[in-house]
Design a protein around this ligand. Structure first.
Ligand SMILES: [Zn+2]
Length: 245
Protein backbone atom coordinates (compact mmCIF):
# COMPACT_ATOMS: atom_id res chain seq x y z
CA UNK A 1 0.00 0.00 0.00
CA UNK A 2 1.25 3.46 -0.82
CA UNK A 3 0.18 6.74 0.78
CA UNK A 4 0.85 10.01 -1.01
CA UNK A 5 0.17 13.21 0.92
CA UNK A 6 -1.58 15.61 -1.44
CA UNK A 7 -2.50 18.22 1.14
CA UNK A 8 -1.75 18.34 4.84
CA UNK A 9 -2.66 21.90 5.87
CA UNK A 10 -5.18 22.05 8.65
CA UNK A 11 -8.33 24.13 8.80
CA UNK A 12 -7.46 26.10 5.67
CA UNK A 13 -4.88 25.80 2.88
CA UNK A 14 -1.39 27.00 3.71
CA UNK A 15 1.16 28.81 1.56
CA UNK A 16 2.80 25.53 0.61
CA UNK A 17 0.04 22.96 1.00
CA UNK A 18 -3.58 22.36 0.08
CA UNK A 19 -5.94 21.32 2.84
CA UNK A 20 -6.49 17.65 3.73
CA UNK A 21 -6.20 15.10 0.94
CA UNK A 22 -4.41 11.74 0.82
CA UNK A 23 -4.03 9.35 -2.10
CA UNK A 24 -3.94 5.67 -1.13
CA UNK A 25 -3.01 3.03 -3.70
CA UNK A 26 -2.76 -0.74 -3.56
CA UNK A 27 -2.69 -3.35 -6.32
CA UNK A 28 -4.42 -1.13 -8.88
CA UNK A 29 -6.98 0.32 -6.49
CA UNK A 30 -6.76 4.11 -6.04
CA UNK A 31 -8.74 6.05 -3.47
CA UNK A 32 -8.57 9.48 -1.92
CA UNK A 33 -9.17 10.24 1.74
CA UNK A 34 -10.71 13.73 1.97
CA UNK A 35 -10.59 16.40 -0.71
CA UNK A 36 -10.06 19.75 1.01
CA UNK A 37 -9.49 23.18 -0.50
CA UNK A 38 -6.87 23.27 -3.21
CA UNK A 39 -6.28 19.55 -3.27
CA UNK A 40 -7.80 18.79 -6.67
CA UNK A 41 -5.07 20.81 -8.35
CA UNK A 42 -2.22 19.12 -6.52
CA UNK A 43 -3.81 15.69 -6.92
CA UNK A 44 -3.37 15.96 -10.70
CA UNK A 45 0.40 16.12 -10.22
CA UNK A 46 0.33 12.66 -8.63
CA UNK A 47 -2.35 10.62 -10.35
CA UNK A 48 -4.95 10.56 -13.11
CA UNK A 49 -8.00 12.07 -11.41
CA UNK A 50 -10.31 10.11 -13.70
CA UNK A 51 -11.12 6.56 -12.75
CA UNK A 52 -10.54 6.90 -9.03
CA UNK A 53 -12.12 3.98 -7.24
CA UNK A 54 -13.50 6.07 -4.43
CA UNK A 55 -13.31 9.11 -2.23
CA UNK A 56 -13.79 8.62 1.52
CA UNK A 57 -14.62 11.70 3.58
CA UNK A 58 -13.77 11.93 7.25
CA UNK A 59 -16.32 14.73 7.75
CA UNK A 60 -17.99 17.69 6.11
CA UNK A 61 -15.83 20.59 7.20
CA UNK A 62 -14.82 22.65 4.17
CA UNK A 63 -11.12 21.85 4.49
CA UNK A 64 -11.93 18.17 4.07
CA UNK A 65 -14.49 18.00 1.27
CA UNK A 66 -15.05 21.22 -0.66
CA UNK A 67 -12.95 20.36 -3.73
CA UNK A 68 -15.44 17.62 -4.55
CA UNK A 69 -17.59 20.40 -6.02
CA UNK A 70 -14.78 21.15 -8.46
CA UNK A 71 -14.13 17.45 -9.01
CA UNK A 72 -17.73 17.17 -10.23
CA UNK A 73 -16.97 19.81 -12.88
CA UNK A 74 -13.85 17.95 -13.98
CA UNK A 75 -15.76 14.65 -14.26
CA UNK A 76 -18.81 16.07 -16.03
CA UNK A 77 -17.22 18.39 -18.57
CA UNK A 78 -14.14 16.42 -19.58
CA UNK A 79 -13.67 17.18 -23.32
CA UNK A 80 -13.59 13.53 -24.36
CA UNK A 81 -16.86 12.79 -22.62
CA UNK A 82 -18.08 12.44 -19.05
CA UNK A 83 -15.79 10.35 -16.90
CA UNK A 84 -17.02 7.30 -15.04
CA UNK A 85 -18.92 7.86 -11.79
CA UNK A 86 -16.83 7.97 -8.66
CA UNK A 87 -18.17 6.52 -5.41
CA UNK A 88 -18.03 9.02 -2.54
CA UNK A 89 -18.45 7.76 1.02
CA UNK A 90 -19.42 10.49 3.45
CA UNK A 91 -21.68 11.34 6.39
CA UNK A 92 -25.44 11.70 6.02
CA UNK A 93 -26.07 14.93 4.12
CA UNK A 94 -22.99 14.78 1.90
CA UNK A 95 -24.95 15.01 -1.37
CA UNK A 96 -26.92 17.99 -0.11
CA UNK A 97 -23.82 19.81 1.12
CA UNK A 98 -22.13 19.27 -2.22
CA UNK A 99 -25.15 20.48 -4.16
CA UNK A 100 -25.35 23.58 -1.98
CA UNK A 101 -21.66 24.27 -2.52
CA UNK A 102 -22.01 23.87 -6.28
CA UNK A 103 -25.06 26.16 -6.39
CA UNK A 104 -27.55 26.43 -9.25
CA UNK A 105 -30.42 25.68 -6.92
CA UNK A 106 -29.21 22.33 -5.71
CA UNK A 107 -27.79 20.43 -8.65
CA UNK A 108 -28.15 16.69 -9.11
CA UNK A 109 -24.54 15.56 -9.13
CA UNK A 110 -25.35 11.89 -9.03
CA UNK A 111 -24.31 11.26 -12.63
CA UNK A 112 -20.71 11.94 -11.66
CA UNK A 113 -20.54 11.42 -7.90
CA UNK A 114 -22.14 8.27 -6.50
CA UNK A 115 -22.60 9.52 -2.94
CA UNK A 116 -23.14 6.83 -0.33
CA UNK A 117 -23.48 7.07 3.42
CA UNK A 118 -20.29 5.91 5.08
CA UNK A 119 -20.61 2.80 7.23
CA UNK A 120 -18.40 1.10 9.80
CA UNK A 121 -16.89 -1.32 7.30
CA UNK A 122 -16.83 -1.54 3.53
CA UNK A 123 -14.60 -2.56 0.65
CA UNK A 124 -13.20 -0.52 -2.22
CA UNK A 125 -11.32 -2.72 -4.67
CA UNK A 126 -8.49 -4.36 -2.74
CA UNK A 127 -8.84 -1.97 0.22
CA UNK A 128 -10.77 -2.84 3.35
CA UNK A 129 -12.08 0.35 4.96
CA UNK A 130 -13.14 0.56 8.59
CA UNK A 131 -14.36 3.77 10.19
CA UNK A 132 -15.09 4.94 13.69
CA UNK A 133 -16.76 8.09 14.96
CA UNK A 134 -14.31 10.31 16.80
CA UNK A 135 -14.60 13.56 18.76
CA UNK A 136 -15.38 16.66 16.69
CA UNK A 137 -18.21 19.24 16.52
CA UNK A 138 -19.75 17.45 13.53
CA UNK A 139 -19.96 13.74 12.72
CA UNK A 140 -16.36 12.85 12.00
CA UNK A 141 -14.70 9.50 11.50
CA UNK A 142 -11.26 8.07 11.70
CA UNK A 143 -10.55 5.83 8.72
CA UNK A 144 -8.58 2.57 8.84
CA UNK A 145 -7.40 1.23 5.49
CA UNK A 146 -6.16 -2.37 5.30
CA UNK A 147 -4.70 -4.33 2.41
CA UNK A 148 -2.25 -7.18 2.04
CA UNK A 149 -1.75 -7.37 5.78
CA UNK A 150 -0.77 -3.71 6.04
CA UNK A 151 -2.72 -0.99 7.83
CA UNK A 152 -2.94 2.79 7.57
CA UNK A 153 -5.10 4.64 10.08
CA UNK A 154 -6.05 8.26 9.42
CA UNK A 155 -7.48 10.10 12.40
CA UNK A 156 -9.44 12.68 10.42
CA UNK A 157 -10.16 15.58 12.76
CA UNK A 158 -10.62 14.69 16.39
CA UNK A 159 -10.21 15.97 19.87
CA UNK A 160 -8.70 13.59 22.41
CA UNK A 161 -10.67 10.36 22.13
CA UNK A 162 -9.93 7.21 24.08
CA UNK A 163 -11.14 5.04 21.22
CA UNK A 164 -8.65 6.35 18.68
CA UNK A 165 -5.66 4.36 19.92
CA UNK A 166 -7.75 1.22 20.12
CA UNK A 167 -9.14 1.77 16.65
CA UNK A 168 -5.63 2.28 15.25
CA UNK A 169 -4.21 -0.72 17.09
CA UNK A 170 -1.37 -2.38 15.25
CA UNK A 171 -1.27 0.13 12.40
CA UNK A 172 1.84 0.26 10.28
CA UNK A 173 1.30 3.97 9.83
CA UNK A 174 -0.79 6.32 11.98
CA UNK A 175 -1.61 9.45 10.02
CA UNK A 176 -2.80 11.55 12.92
CA UNK A 177 -3.84 15.15 13.09
CA UNK A 178 -1.75 17.50 15.20
CA UNK A 179 -3.48 20.85 14.91
CA UNK A 180 -2.69 22.22 18.34
CA UNK A 181 0.29 22.91 20.54
CA UNK A 182 0.07 22.10 24.21
CA UNK A 183 0.75 25.57 25.55
CA UNK A 184 -1.96 27.32 23.56
CA UNK A 185 -5.49 28.03 24.82
CA UNK A 186 -7.11 25.25 22.84
CA UNK A 187 -10.88 24.74 22.53
CA UNK A 188 -12.05 21.41 23.93
CA UNK A 189 -13.13 18.42 21.83
CA UNK A 190 -11.86 19.81 18.55
CA UNK A 191 -8.30 18.74 17.71
CA UNK A 192 -5.25 16.94 19.07
CA UNK A 193 -2.06 18.56 20.20
CA UNK A 194 1.15 17.25 18.70
CA UNK A 195 1.91 15.50 21.99
CA UNK A 196 -1.53 13.91 22.13
CA UNK A 197 -1.23 12.67 18.56
CA UNK A 198 2.18 11.14 19.20
CA UNK A 199 0.98 9.56 22.44
CA UNK A 200 -2.12 8.09 20.80
CA UNK A 201 -0.02 6.56 18.04
CA UNK A 202 2.29 5.02 20.63
CA UNK A 203 -0.68 3.64 22.57
CA UNK A 204 -1.91 2.14 19.31
CA UNK A 205 1.40 0.40 18.86
CA UNK A 206 1.71 2.02 15.45
CA UNK A 207 5.06 1.41 13.79
CA UNK A 208 5.22 4.95 12.46
CA UNK A 209 3.38 8.21 13.03
CA UNK A 210 2.98 10.93 10.43
CA UNK A 211 1.53 14.13 11.85
CA UNK A 212 -0.85 16.05 9.64
CA UNK A 213 -3.57 18.74 9.57
CA UNK A 214 -0.78 21.19 10.22
CA UNK A 215 -2.34 24.58 10.79
CA UNK A 216 -0.49 27.38 8.95
CA UNK A 217 -0.32 29.63 11.98
CA UNK A 218 1.65 27.04 13.97
CA UNK A 219 5.39 26.63 13.63
CA UNK A 220 6.10 23.20 12.07
CA UNK A 221 9.30 23.08 14.10
CA UNK A 222 7.32 23.56 17.31
CA UNK A 223 4.83 20.86 16.31
CA UNK A 224 7.61 18.40 15.53
CA UNK A 225 9.55 19.21 18.68
CA UNK A 226 6.47 18.70 20.82
CA UNK A 227 5.68 15.37 19.17
CA UNK A 228 9.28 14.16 19.45
CA UNK A 229 9.18 14.86 23.15
CA UNK A 230 6.74 11.93 23.27
CA UNK A 231 7.89 9.85 20.34
CA UNK A 232 11.34 10.42 18.87
CA UNK A 233 10.48 8.97 15.46
CA UNK A 234 7.51 11.27 14.75
CA UNK A 235 7.57 12.99 11.37
CA UNK A 236 5.49 15.74 9.80
CA UNK A 237 3.46 15.20 6.66
CA UNK A 238 4.45 17.30 3.66
CA UNK A 239 2.82 17.79 0.26
CA UNK A 240 4.06 15.14 -2.14
CA UNK A 241 5.41 12.93 0.63
CA UNK A 242 5.21 9.25 -0.29
CA UNK A 243 4.96 6.61 2.42
CA UNK A 244 5.26 2.97 1.42
CA UNK A 245 3.30 0.89 3.89
ZN1 LIG B 1 -12.94 19.49 11.09
Amino acid sequence: MRLTVIGCAGSFPGPRSPASCYLVEHDGTRIVLDMGNGSLGALQAHTDIYGLDGVVLSHLHVDHFIDLASYYVALKYRPDGPARRVPVFGPVGTAQRLAAAYGQGGSDMSGQLDVRTVTDTFQIGSLRITTQVVCHPVEARAIRVSAGGRVLTYSGDTGPHPGLAEFAQGSDVALFEASFLTDAANPADLHLTAAEAAAASASAGADRVVLTHLVPWNSPEATLAEARGVRADAVLAAPGMVVDI
